[in-house]
Design a protein. Sequence first.
Length: 566
Amino acid sequence: MDVKEKIIKALKDTIKGDIGEEISIKLEKPPNTELGDYSVNICFKLAKLLKKSPKMIAEDIVKKLKEKNIEGIKEIKAINGYINFYIDNNAFAKYLTEKICEEKSNYGRGHKKSVKIILEHTSANPNGPLHIGHLRNAIIGDCLKRILEFYGYDVETHYYVNDMGRQMALVVYGIELFGLDRNKKKDHAIAETYIKVNKYLEENPEEEEKILELMRKYEDALEKNKDTEITKKFEFAVNYALDGIKETLNNLNIKHDTFVWESSYVRNGLVKEVIKKLMETGKIIKEETYMLDLSDFGIEKKMVLARANGTSLYSTRDIAYHLDKLSKCDIGIDVLGADHKLTAEMVKAALKLLGSKVPEIIFYEFISLPEGSMSTRRGRFISADELLEEAIKRAKEECNKRDVEENIAYDIGLGAVRYNIARISPEKPMVFKWEEALDFEKVGCPFIQYAHARCCSILKEAENKGIEDEAIFNYELTKEEKELIKKLDEFKDIIKESAENRKVHILANYLLELAKIFNRFYANCPILLEKVNDDVKKSRLKLVKSTKIVLEIGLGLLGINCPGRM
């Protein structure tokens, strides 16, 4: 049990003795250190119940708390109704650094939870390579998976493969007309064909009927659960694109557990079953098509369940996918672009009509280019491959400037890309600029990786000099040491907050702050100089080792490697 947990337990026990029941307590950080390290305002909530002023209640509780002699607490004060706790920094520094160095990669890890989460992310259409817009989805999803697993959840990731839409029919038709450039990366070759067929259809609009016929034939074969020439053509095109997409994801340190094909729900009859059950709700309106009335859920726009030609729609198949997915987990999470908000609300409403639970949805705003929006159809996009390639190239240039081996350029480049996206809250739009994402002189992932490399260098130098780290802390700690200790202690709370709120940027921004605080500690607290007392050297080395461990864990949860030298 750490200091905060001990404070909360002591408070709960004391208050329970007064009111006869246990209440929730949250520790806050006072606005300045003169008011202590932690404080609680619980006395204001108790005032009405106990019919006393908060000031009197605080003074009474403080008196009882002092009798408990809470380990690690130097002083407790009642100030204007608040209860303020002052940590014994030396004892706390010893406890915390020993804990971090003992637990190593498990520091901050949550207890195993008997909760299964299925997290769907990326799910880009297989009609070309991932671009920087898809990258935001993929990186948010992958970082969240890592954090949720570290927090203790059982997490399975899905890539939902849209193999049935018009876009895939265009690709299949395009391959028949133009073939594929076998010398290109597979997803890029698919995109080239997709761009060509779009241009061809603009010039020959009468050919559009052939696209519709392809879609009809594919769905008909799926409904009959038959493998035909058409199904083989679609499967070839989809798998060809996915091979390239998987290669990109692998280069970005992203792996999905399961690729779920949209067509599987037409094959197994679940789509027809969904339409049948929705018809039975009495909410279906038949006009030119079958539409679902969702006005009871505050949604005025009606949801079209099938086209006039009888083929199903993405939204209907999406309902089937969610019914299946949500039946296999306790919590379903989708990472979706902000332009999917209406469709997602419709799917959730339809799921409620069918008596199903609904997914949590993390919406993210798009990354745009300075010159405007992106379009795969017109071939105007920056692919994730180009982005990573450029990042590694610039990282190599930086390595050459610093006289560092080029073989760490991948770790630096990948870190720059992943961190630059992870650090921004998903609801905020991003304009992607090379000079900002890959500026190695400003704060960002290279700055954090460099703090970690500095830790490694100090520890290596100490090892060469035969100096061991030891949690002694028998001297007056500097403000930089106290600040670093507090920041290291925050890590487990940051993990909890990031996991429970599904916000990866909380962890990303914490790591940047930790790196800044470590650099201040390094600049102001000599570690291995001859004139430094041996006990101080050993204690500060323990702080360096603890910082290294936390930076490694945190960056790992963002899918970022630590080069260890820079």
